[in-house]
Design a protein around this ligand. Structure first.
Ligand SMILES: [Zn+2]
Length: 240
């Protein structure tokens, strides 16, 4: 009969398809540079984290941090909304001693972030502090004593300069560490070293995304906002 024959054939053919698919995958993976492969895995991991909004949904999730001033105070004619700042920003205490990345003599004791991002940031920092053995020497080795900033009302920075879109820093859902050794555009940031990876892992465990493997790498940057899967390859999609 016709149907049983088709069934019997499909029983033979289907496993062949599965096998050849697997073989193609293995062959393909073998040809990919390891770093690319890691990036793919990390991107997948980031996209499955649903706790925080995608960058494009930040306004909805965190509120509107800008108000139109119309006075030309900034290039775009908008400035930080003091009411939004008062309603939404809180401070998270750093577990270790730190200073401003731009001034070693300026102590930094807290990071100013959005109230919705604060609890997870606190947990990530606590975890790092624990895994660092509560050692200030280890924190210094990691570069986490050099704070680049938290909340900062500014547009997204790109290699071509400022873009017209608000940075995740303007929503209070991003922090920067050690910009000197994790500079914007540096494809081999210090935090990517195997012995420093636990920092990235601690943030990732809380749903935060690290910028070090973006198309334009931003190794200093962690944000409580996901990359939008559909346009994560575009320069400004991340909201750095
Ligand atoms: Zn940043």
């Amino acid at each position: 009969m016709h149907t049983p024959l088709v069934k019997r054939l499909s029983r033979v053919i289907a496993p062949l398809f599965v096998f050849s698919g697997l073989a193609a995958l293995v062959a393909c993976a073998g040809r990919l540079p390891i770093a690319t492969f890691h990036t793919l895995i990390e991107d997948m991991a980031e996209r499955t984290t649903a706790a925080f909004p995608a960058y494009v949904d930040c306004r909805e999730a965190f509120g509107e941090p800008a108000r139109v001033t119309g006075t030309g105070v900034t290039d775009t004619g908008v400035s930080a909304d003091p009411q939004w700042v008062a309603d939404n920003l809180v401070t998270v205490r750093l577990p270790w001693k730190a200073h401003a990345a731009w001034d070693a003599k300026l102590p930094i004791r807290t990071l100013q972030v959005h109230r919705l991002a604060a609890p997870s940031l606190e947990r990530a920092l606590d975890r790092i502090w624990t895994e660092a053995g509560q050692s200030q020497t280890e924190i210094r080795r990691l570069g986490l004593d050099a704070v680049g900033g938290g909340y900062n009302f500014r547009p997204i920075r790109t290699s071509e300069g400022a873009s017209g879109r608000l940075s995740t820093h303007a929503y209070g859902c991003a922090v920067d560490f050690d910009p000197a050794r994790n500079a914007l555009g540096d494809a081999e940031p210090n935090l990517a070293l195997p012995e420093n990876r636990y920092v990235i892992d601690a943030f990732r465990a809380e749903g935060w995304v690290w910028g070090g493997h973006w198309p334009q790498p931003d190794g200093m940057h962690f944000q409580a906002a996901r990359l939008p899967a559909e346009d994560s390859r575009k320069d400004t999609a991340s909201g750095r």
